[in-house]
Design a protein around this ligand. Structure first.
Ligand SMILES: [Zn+2]
Length: 259
């Protein structure tokens, strides 16, 4: 599913909305928060932010929260930023639009300012979401913050890094990727990590994720979807990668250099 990296790509795509006023909205009320239309029609976008996997569109009246499900995507001014996204269907069917916003200057003439398109209807759109429960954002991870977040935790690394209360924005692909780069076995428990290992993990999160972001998101790592599907020899040492369920999620790792 879309991870924090995809949300960041969409957040950036939303920046051209800032300063524009919302003039009309078409919505699927099974997915969009109650009172949405009253809250946002006539409001002006003031910022495009992100917390974890949630894109936040501030207006001068309310903040719109875009929570993506398995298949959701965003089209801004007619342009889908992540059309190559592995999870997104290549089809763009307006029947799957859950929220369509029209904004100045085009109004209802020309492409909508924003379309939240979600075939499986697993995403949702909130107003003024409370995100206080989220952990450190993936792009603000430091050794110190990570040490605090994992302190006293006896759970396995894979599960804890996926837990949005611990680190916000990491999904299944990015967690496997950072553990591969940090030489850490996903089945290790957090309380077994030495300070040096925590430092290595924090460094990898800070260094590798921006590279993947620049390449196009969570599918662009060493453990890409193609690699995950076939488990070829590890790029680093030639040992066949392993695949198993760890913490209930499909996990890929190298049994040789990750320990
Ligand atoms: Zn390896």
């Amino acid at each position: 599913m879309p991870e924090g990296l995809e949300a960041e790509i969409w957040r950036r795509a939303c920046e051209p909305l800032v300063g524009r006023a919302i003039v009309a909205a078409d919505l699927d009320d099974r997915v969009v928060a109650e009172g949405f239309t009253d809250a946002v029609i006539g409001a002006t976008f003031s910022a495009a932010r992100r917390r974890g996997k949630v894109v936040l569109l501030d207006t001068d009246r309310a903040t719109i929260g875009l929570h993506f499900g398995m298949t959701g995507r965003l089209v801004v001014d007619g342009d889908a930023s992540i059309d190559k996204l592995a999870y997104a269907s290549g089809r763009d069917d307006p029947a799957w639009d859950r929220l369509v916003l029209f904004a100045t200057p085009a109004g209802r003439v020309g492409p909508p300012a924003l379309r939240f398109n979600d075939p499986r209807r697993l995403g949702r759109i909130s107003l003024d979401p409370d995100l206080d429960h989220l952990g450190i954002d993936f792009d603000e991870v430091t050794q110190r913050r990570l040490t605090v977040a994992l302190a006293g935790r006896s759970g396995v690394l894979k599960s804890l890094l996926l837990d949005q209360h611990v680190v916000a924005g990491l999904g299944n692909l990015c967690v496997d990727e950072v553990l591969w780069w940090a030489d850490l076995d996903p089945r290790r428990t957090a309380d077994s990590l030495s300070p040096a290992e925590l430092e290595r993990l924090a460094k990898v999160i800070r260094r590798r994720l921006p590279i993947m972001l620049a390449r196009g998101g969570s599918t662009t790592g060493v453990l890409s979807p193609a690699v995950r599907a076939t488990c070829p020899p590890c790029e680093r040492d030639g040992t066949p990668l392993e695949r198993a369920s760890v913490g209930g999620r499909t996990t890929i790792w190298c049994p040789r250099h990750q320990h």
